[in-house]
Design a protein around this ligand. Sequence first.
Ligand SMILES: [Zn+2]
Ligand SMILES: [Zn+2]
Length: 349
Amino acid sequence: MRMTVLASGSKGNSTVIASPNTTILVDAGLSCRELLKRMKAAGENPSTLSAILITHEHQDHVTGLAVLARKLGIPVYFTEPTHRAWVRSLTPRTTMTYAQWLDKNQKEKEVRAAEVAAQVAKDPDAASVTVSSSWVTAQPGGASIDLAASADPGLIGPDADLDSEEALCDDTTTARRDPTALPAVEYFQAGANFSIGDISVTAFTIPHDAADPCGFVFESQGEHIRMAIATDLGYVPPNVKAALRRVDVLLLESNHDLDMLKDGPYPWSVKQRVLSRVGHLSNRAAAEFLSRDYDGGAAYIVLGHLSEQNNDPSLALLAAREAVDDRMSLLGNKIVLAEQAAPLSPITL
Ligand SMILES: [Zn+2]
Ligand SMILES: [Zn+2]
């Protein structure tokens, strides 16, 4: 069995898990192009991917998801609440404030009045000039709309947002034009087991500020090697401790150094979010888990989702090394740091 961390951190997360017969991508938090580039660099073949599995809908886990899934024609596994939240995040907002609605109404009236005036004039050339000049004044900053371009929802620019719904509505047939269209969607439930090819997957709930976030344990059915991913969690609750028993490779979050975060540049509200019970795991919390709850049986511990602002890789490494301490050996408990900017070499057991 093999784990290849393609990227880990707040700018994008993605990991390949492979048995001899099945290859899964867990999260797709980089652009499609970058994911393919990194797979190639790490010696992973994208055409062998059977599925993409999503931990939660945060941007750093789904950026390249739709494009990659469509490009490869493979199913995407979500929990239902995560899928719904992801769809919502990609669907243009249709609600507006009352003031915006009045404004939009007024502009529509102006357009209609201009059309009527043009009809009265019965001069086709004058009509098109009147309508388009009323459009131009309706745009903030006087930007004009290229009507031919706005017929394609994929090309709608920020200037056209008041009318993007309409443009989207006249395109319901082409899947390519729906940003949430996927070749296939499979639902799993947090806390349940399911299989993808010959890999058994156990999804466990993690405490994080997303719709229905999950970590995973993967087990190859023939070899009984277990590999786990547990990042994006505010603390390590009992169900996560239980799920992480007897794993051979553990990708564990070691997000921030508490002092660096407290003294760092983040606004207070963001610091609060990171520190909260549904935020991210600190070096200290990861070390506490490793010293108190972890059974010491993993060949590799991969520290991941390190903050570039609020952590120093050497601090994360030191905390984890001290925690595992006497259990480190040539055979087991090798500690590796996952990176944001480059893929790790595949870990094969
Ligand atoms: Zn997250
Ligand atoms: Zn994340």
